[in-house]
Write a protein that binds this ligand. Structure first.
Ligand code: PS7
Ligand code: MN
Ligand code: MN
Ligand code: MN
Ligand code: MN
Ligand code: MN
Length: 352
């Protein structure tokens, strides 16, 4: 464990770590355990992307404000003192942008190669978000095909995988071969993002945000809203099971990716969220509660997952096997995807 010397930290760094705690429930703990060489770069990377997401997520921002901000984020990172107070008062991470000059200062103090990576990912993500915001404003996102769903997840999460992998390799904590396998780091992001989209379906629906692709939900219900109606519960469960099946296809690539990590703190940083994700998928699988309220894995399960994800790849594979077996047991022949789900679980159970 590497302790930061908080009294020697400049004020702007302290502000960044405070924002990390405030804006991330799941990532702040794992980021703070990262090797000192990448601790601040990853914290700043997180806050830059959280800033972008806070612009993307705010429905009160007109497209004419939103689009140039998203596309112009690489420039913003050059502007000393830039802040933004245009988010609606109830936007949860509004203050991050109101005090964004702290993030910009710390960004500018990073080593040049780290800055290049963070700026490049902010550029690609901002443009991808802008493209989908335009589409969401005109027709909504619940019309997506499966390929469009994967592309959206690539922009908001697969690119995070690319950026992190470039940081790991630059710091010599990852096998440079990982850079030649974009499918692997993309899978790391897609697996997390798809799990988030599955679990948050109720909350996102309340905010009028629909990410489940039409290519999937239209096989089960006529209108997206029907997923939340009691008389369609069986169809909704089959639909969510197909969403889980879609996410499970990334598992083997995620486990291959983890085999390329060479430093323990980075391994933990990568493995913990992946383990939490497979446990969350298991919790959501054929669980009607997810259509009524937010479901969350228990504190006890989360603790066990932390312990198991900070050992080595063999133990992490064991975690994946355990949850795949539980999904397998809940699978039912009433489900139109019964066979496919059974095969997908069987593959994970036999992996390594
Ligand atoms: C730089 C650690 C480890 C190779 C802010 C980590 C929101 C699922 O949608 O707040 O607000 O409910 O729960 C993270 C790959 C990205 C993908 C994406 C930056 C793993 C802006 C995480 C995270 C790649 C877009 C969770 C993708 O957010 O979501 C750093 C390797 C940010 C990772 C968003 C979502 C993250 C997410 P929401 P959450
Ligand atoms: Mn978003
Ligand atoms: Mn968000
Ligand atoms: Mn999101
Ligand atoms: Mn979400
Ligand atoms: Mn969230």
């Amino acid at each position: 464990v590497h302790e930061r010397n908080e009294t020697a930290e400049p004020e702007t760094q302290r502000v960044c770590f405070r924002f990390l705690d405030q804006t991330s429930r799941s990532f702040s703990a794992v980021i703070k355990e990262v090797h000192p060489e990448l601790l601040l770069p990853i914290c700043v990377f997180y806050l830059v992307l959280r800033g972008l997401d806070t612009i993307e997520d705010d429905p009160s921002l007109p497209l004419s404000t939103k689009e140039p901000l998203l596309r112009g984020f690489p420039d913003i990172l050059n502007r000393n003192g830039w802040t933004f107070d245009g988010n609606r008062p109830e936007e949860k991470d509004r203050n991050l942008l109101v005090e964004f000059h702290n993030v910009i200062t710390e960004f500018q103090n990073l080593k040049p190669p780290y800055r290049v990576i963070i700026r490049d990912i902010a550029h690609k993500m901002g443009n991808g978000m802008a493209d989908y915001c335009i589409r969401a404003a005109t027709e909504g996102l619940s019309v997506l095909t499966n390929d469009e769903y994967d592309l959206y997840c690539h922009y908001v999460a697969g690119l995070v995988g690319e950026g992190l992998t470039r940081l790991f390799v630059e710091a010599k904590f990852g096998n440079p071969g990982l850079l030649e396998r974009p499918g692997l780091h993309n899978a790391m992001g897609l697996f997390l993002q798809k799990t988030n989209i599955i679990r948050d379906v109720r909350e996102d629906h309340n905010d009028d945000r629909h990410f489940w692709p039409k290519e999937i939900w239209s096989k089960h219900v006529d209108r997206f809203e029907d997923l939340f109606r009691l008389e369609h519960r069986e169809a909704s469960l089959n639909c969510s099971a197909e969403m889980v099946l879609n996410a499970l296809h990334h598992v083997d690539e995620c486990l291959f990716y983890l085999a390329g990590i060479r430093e323990q703190s980075i391994f933990n940083f990568c493995a913990i969220p992946q383990s939490m994700a497979i446990a969350t998928l298991e919790l959501c699988f054929r669980n009607p509660a997810m259509f009524d309220r937010n479901v969350k894995i228990s504190k006890g399960d989360a603790c066990q997952l932390m312990l198991d994800s900070t050992q080595n790849l063999r133990v992490v594979c064991e975690v994946f096997r355990r949850y795949a077996r539980r999904i397998h047991r809940k699978n039912t022949p009433k489900d139109p995807n019964f066979m496919k789900i059974s095969i997908a679980c069987g593959k994970i159970e036999k992996f390594i």
